[in-house]
Each structure stands twice: as structure tokens, then as C-alpha cells.
Design a protein. Structure first.
Length: 394
């Protein structure tokens, strides 16, 4: 799973990326700091099941703090997007090409209004313009992919009577568009798939727009929420875009807390509403942490970074967390307790999980056993979030 961080220049994408991954990246207050995409590992946070079994897990990947399990996901931070990117302006072509393999986007918006649409210093800029600009550029990106080939493509489908959904999915295969996605949109729009050559320009744009929303969904990170104008701007954004997932965040604050915890100065679990001071702090450190508590944690309850990652995976993409766990023992052959936790699409079955673990497990599947209840489950059993299952094979 890959989440792409998108947004205009100087919105705080690289700070969000570093706060989520603690990777070394260049952060600066000028446009196009990021030229080549940064790749790193972030984490979604779930309540670990180890507490239910009165034990402590030993993750092979990710980590667990106070029974809060952090499961790894891939993050990508790309160059800032400006108006006209879909026509190649700025680093548009490179930016969009970098985003092809993303499963979902996190749009980092400067909610403080202190930078304009191109990322230059400004006063009282309306961040809703940034949301509209980026939405439009992403929609035009999809539209251009189809428009370039549409006349020939549509005529060929009509003449050969080729399956429309299959043909469009093939055209968009580099963007992870599936045949089922196209069918979903066609059902929603009720367009004539047998005569696509008769579609209007508006129909083509609407179709591309809907396909982009379905296949590259997006959560909006209202960044710099600790700045003076941010709170009111965020309220206005939520009113203007009621159908969007919009969550306030302070990437700077999360990065400061993560780095202080790494240095052993504080105890802090990403996503928590507080921290505990462990070491001796100088006056500047005390002041910085006090500011974070008063301007972010006490007002919003958290810095937002962890919550936004969780939103993208569990609400947008609708994944669930599944633990491989034996019905009689929780450890693997090396003695590691609950070493794995995997993310699977909502609606997955016990058989899907078996195939996910190994093809042979799927082919030789007999049953699954619930590690909690010891109950046997058939291949069609629908997985639930935080299920703990053992797969029994022939």
C-alpha cells in the first residue's frame, strides 16, 4: 500500500513526511524543495490484541508501545503541484508520473493562509483555493490520459464491440484502475458504454473525474493548525467541503515530539493527546513543548499526523488489520509472539487471507480457527478488524 503526499509547494508536505517516517529529507520554505520523490515507511496505529492474551507481542515489522501496534505502510512525498501541472507547468509531468502507483492521496493544505497557490509568502490566502486547484489538476490529469486517445479508442470499441470497462481499465492500468472501478462509475453515471464516440466533452470530463475520485481517494490534512488564522480557516473548509475528509494537523509539532522522544527527552506515543517529560530540558525546549501542548494538543487533542494516516488506510481505502495467530500458541517457530499484523481490504474472507499468506495455504485450505474463541471458520468467513486467525491446510 502506497500513500502519496500531495499539495502546492511550501504547504508542509516534507515536514509531514519526516514527522511520519523520521526519514532525513530536506525541509525549506521555498517552492520545489522536493525535486525527486522521497520514499519512506510510515505506520498506522491500532490497538494490539496481545493485551487480551495477557502477553507482549514481538513485531517483526513495525513496533508496539503500551499495547498500541504500529503497522508499516509506504509513504511518498513528491514535488509541489501548481496550477497548470496537468499541462506540464512547474514540475507537473514529473509530479503526476510519480503519483501513478499511489493507492490514495493525503493532500497537505496550508490552513494558516500564509502562502499563496504557488507556495509564495502571502497574507490571508484562502486555503479553499488550494483544494480546488489540486482537485482540478488531478481530474484534468485523468481526463488528458483519455482525451489523447479518445477518438480512436471510442471508435474502436464501437466497431469491435470490445468490453468498455475492460478497455478503459487497460488504458489506465498504470494508475491501478480495475475493471470493477470502471463498472462502478458507469453504473453511477448511466452513460452509454456501447457508443462512447458520442460522448460529449463534459461527459468525458465527468467520467474521468469520478474515476479519479474512486481510484485515487484523498484525505485533506489541514496543516499548520497552530497558526493564528488556521482554526477559522479549517472551520470554513469543513463547511465548504462537507463531503471531504478534512482533519487539522501540525506536522511541525509532531516532528518535534517524535524527535524529542527519540532523544529520550519525553515519552510520547504518536497520536496521543499528551507527553511525559523524562529528561532535563533547557529553557528553549521547555518553551517549545509548552507551545505544542497549549496550541495543538489542548485544542485539537493530537497533532493530527497519526490520525490522518489512519484515516487514509481505514476510512478511505477501507482496510482492516488481521493477526496470524495459532489457536494453541501465539508464537512463531522462533518464539516471537504475534510477530505479524497484515492489512487486507474490507470484505476479505478467510480464504483470501490464506492466499495472502501463501499461495499453497490458499490451495490447500481446510479451515481457519479463531484464536480467541477456538471456533472453526469456513473459507467464506468475512474477516473483521483485529481478527486473530490460524489457517489449517491439507
Amino acid at each position: 500500500m502506497l500513500l502519496g503526499l500531495v499539495g502546492k509547494p511550501s504547504s508542509g508536505k516534507s515536514t509531514f513526511f519526516k514527522a511520519a517516517t523520521l526519514a532525513e529529507v530536506e525541509i525549506a520554505s521555498y517552492p520545489f524543495t522536493t525535486i525527486k520523490p522521497n520514499h519512506g515507511v510510515g505506520y498506522v496505529k491500532i490497538e494490539c490484541i496481545d493485551k487480551e492474551f495477557n502477553t507482549q507481542c514481538m513485531p517483526k515489522h513495525g513496533f508496539c508501545i503500551n499495547h498500541q501496534r504500529f503497522v508499516s505502510i509506504d509513504l511518498m512525498d513528491v514535488a509541489g503541484l501548481v496550477k497548470g501541472a496537468s499541462q506540464g507547468k512547474g514540475l507537473g509531468n514529473q509530479f503526476l508520473d510519480d503519483l501513478r502507483q499511489a493507492d490514495a492521496f493525503i493532500h497537505i493544505v496550508d490552513a494558516s493562509g500564509t502562502t499563496d497557490t504557488e507556495g509564495k509568502p502571502a497574507k490571508n490566502h484562502d486555503p479553499s483555493e488550494d483544494i480546488e486547484m489540486l482537485e482540478n489538476e488531478l481530474n484534468l490529469w485523468y481526463t488528458e490520459i483519455l482525451r489523447k486517445v479518445w477518438k480512436t479508442f471510442a471508435r474502436q470499441i464501437q466497431q469491435t464491440k470490445e468490453n468498455f470497462a475492460k478497455a478503459v481499465a487497460k488504458q489506465f492500468s498504470g494508475l491501478k484502475v480495475k475493471e470493477e472501478d470502471v463498472k462502478t462509475i458507469m453504473l453511477r453515471l448511466n452513460y452509454n458504454s456501447e457508443k462512447p464516440a458520442e460522448w460529449t466533452e463534459q461527459q468525458l470530463f465527468t467520467f474521468s473525474h469520478e474515476l479519479r475520485h474512486l481510484t485515487k481517494p484523498m484525505v485533506i490534512a489541514a496543516n499548520k493548525c497552530d497558526m493564528p488564522e488556521a482554526k477559522e480557516n479549517i472551520r470554513r473548509l469543513k463547511n465548504k467541503f462537507p463531503d471531504y475528509l478534512i482533519y487539522p494537523c501540525s506536522s511541525d509539532s509532531e516532528l518535534a515530539l517524535r524527535e524529542a522522544a527519540k532523544a529520550g527527552l519525553i515519552e510520547y506515543i504518536p497520536g496521543d493527546n499528551n507527553f511525559k517529560i523524562l529528561g532535563r530540558l533547557n529553557s528553549k525546549q521547555e518553551e517549545a513543548l509548552d507551545k505544542i501542548k497549549k496550541n495543538v494538543l489542548d485544542i485539537y487533542g493530537n497533532t493530527g499526523v497519526q490520525e490522518i494516516l489512519n484515516m487514509a488506510v481505514f476510512e478511505l481505502l477501507k482496510y482492516i488489520a488481521i493477526f496470524p495467530a495459532g489457536a494453541t500458541k501465539l508464537a512463531d517457530s522462533k518464539g516471537n509472539i504475534l510477530p505479524d499484523c497484515f492489512l487486507l481490504p474490507e470484505g476479505s474472507t478467510a480464504l483470501d487471507f490464506a492466499y495472502f499468506l501463501h499461495t499453497d495455504f490458499g490451495k490447500n485450505f481446510i479451515k481457519a480457527i479463531d484464536a480467541r474463541s477456538k471456533k472453526a471458520l469456513g473459507k467464506d468467513y468475512k474477516l473483521k478488524n483485529r481478527d486473530a486467525l490460524e489457517i489449517i491446510c491439507r
